[in-house]
Write a protein that binds this ligand. Structure first.
Ligand code: NDP
Length: 306
C-alpha cells in the first residue's frame, strides 16, 4: 500500500515512522518506550535542546515541523488543547492515512474541532489522554482513555508501548471528558484528605499515625495512599504534575458538567478551590502543594513523624 491509496487511520505494513511532539514530564518517558521499539521515531519539542538531548540518548531523530509529513503516527503531549491548536496551525501537509493521537489532557470541544480539521487532510484524530503520572510513563504502565474511531484505535493499540491499559471510551472528545472527570475526582480526594488531616493535626493527633489508619480504613484514596505520605508529610512536593494543570483539568470537568446541564456542586466547589490554590501557591508547584493552602487556612503544617 502506498500513502496515496491509504484511507484514514490505515497504517501501512512494515516499519512505521512515529513522531512524538512534546517531551515534557510525561512526553519524555512515554517517547522513550517508542524509541526502544522497532519503528523510526522523530521527536519535536518547542525547546529544541530537549529534543536534541533526547535524540542523542535514545537514537531518535530530531524533527523540524516540515519532517512531520513523513509520520504515520503522530503523538502529542502538550499542556492544553490551546498548544495543540497552535501546533496544528503551523503544520505542513501530513501523510494521508496517518493517525494523530493526542495524549494531552485536552478539552472535548477542541477534540471535535481538531478531528474535523485533520479529517479534511485524511488524518484520523484520537483523543487519548493518559493517567498514571510520571512513574506510570517511566514503567510503561499508563492508562490510556481513547475517544474517536474504535477501529483506528484497534489498529494502533499494539504500537502504544507506554500503556498498561488502553480503553475505548466513546466518540471524539470522550477520552478528554473521562480524563477531566477523573482528575476532578483526584482533586476532590486530595483536597478532602488534606482538610481531614489538618483538622486532626489541630486536635493534636500525629498525622503519620492518622494517615496510616486512614490508609487501612474506608477513608483511603489514591491521594491518601500514594501522594500525601510521600509528597506532603515529607515536605518534598516533587513537581511531577503541576498544580496549574490540575486546575485546568478541573475547569474542563466543569465545562463538561455545564454542557450536559449536570448537577455537580462538589466538583464545582473543589474546582474553585484548586484554581485558587494554583493562583496563591503557584501553578508550577506540584499538585499536592494545594495542601499548603489548606494548611494556611487551618494554621497547621502537615509534617510526618517518621
Ligand atoms: P510539562 O509542562 O512537563 O511539559 C509540557 C510540554 O509541552 C513540554 O514539552 C513543553 O515544551 C511543551 N509546550 C508548552 N507550551 C508549548 C507551546 N506553546 N507550544 C509547543 N509546545 C509547548 O507537562 P506534562 O508533561 O506534565 O503534561 C503534559 C500533559 O499531560 C498535560 O495535558 C497534563 O495535564 C497531562 N498529564 C500530566 C501528568 C503528570 O503527572 N505530569 C499525568 C497525566 C497527564 P518546552 O520543553 O519547550 O517547555
Amino acid at each position: 500500500m502506498t500513502s496515496s491509496d491509504s484511507s484514514p487511520g490505515t497504517l501501512p505494513p512494515g516499519t512505521l515512522t512515529f513522531a512524538f511532539l512534546g517531551l515534557g514530564a510525561m512526553g519524555d518517558p512515554m517517547a522513550r518506550h517508542l524509541a526502544a521499539g522497532e519503528h523510526e521515531l522523530l521527536v519535536w519539542n518547542r525547546t529544541a535542546s530537549k529534543a536534541e538531548a533526547f535524540a542523542a540518548e535514545t537514537g531518535a531523530q530530531v524533527a523540524q515541523l516540515a519532517d512531520l509529513t513523513r509520520a504515520d503516527l503522530l503523538i502529542s503531549c502538550l499542556p492544553t488543547s490551546a498548544e495543540v491548536d497552535e501546533l496544528l496551525s503551523s503544520l505542513p501537509n501530513l501523510k494521508p492515512g496517518a493517525v494523530w493521537l493526542d495524549c494531552t489532557s485536552g478539552h472535548p470541544d477542541a477534540a471535535r474541532r481538531q478531528a474535523e480539521m485533520l479529517s479534511l487532510r485524511g488524518v484520523t484524530f484520537l483523543d487519548a489522554p493518559v493517567s498514571g503520572g510520571v512513574a506510570g510513563a517511566e514503567s510503561g504502565q499508563l492508562t490510556v482513555m481513547v475517544g474517536g474511531d474504535a477501529d483506528t484505535l484497534e489498529r494502533i493499540k499494539p504500537l502504544l508501548t507506554f500503556a498498561g491499559q488502553i480503553t475505548y471510551v466513546g466518540p471524539t472528545g470522550a477520552g478528554f471528558a473521562v480524563k477531566a472527570i477523573n482528575n476532578a475526582l483526584l482533586a476532590v480526594n486530595l483536597w478532602a484528605a488534606g482538610e481531614g488531616l489538618c483538622v486532626l493535626a489541630g486536635a493534636g493527633v500525629d498525622v503519620s499515625a492518622a494517615l496510616s489508619v486512614i490508609n487501612a480504613s474506608s477513608g483511603r484514596s489514591n491521594a491518601s495512599q500514594n501522594l500525601i505520605g510521600q509528597r506532603v508529610l515529607t515536605r518534598e512536593f516533587p513537581a511531577t504534575f503541576k498544580l496549574g494543570l490540575l486546575a485546568k483539568d478541573a475547569d474542563i470537568a466543569l465545562d463538561v458538567v455545564r454542557q450536559v446541564k449536570g448537577s455537580a456542586p462538589l466538583l464545582a466547589q473543589v474546582g474553585g478551590l484548586i484554581r485558587g490554590a494554583s493562583r496563591i501557591i503557584g501553578e508550577g508547584e506540584d499538585h499536592t502543594a494545594a495542601l499548603r493552602l489548606i494548611e494556611q487556612m487551618n494554621g497547621q503544617v502537615l509534617r510526618g513523624s517518621g
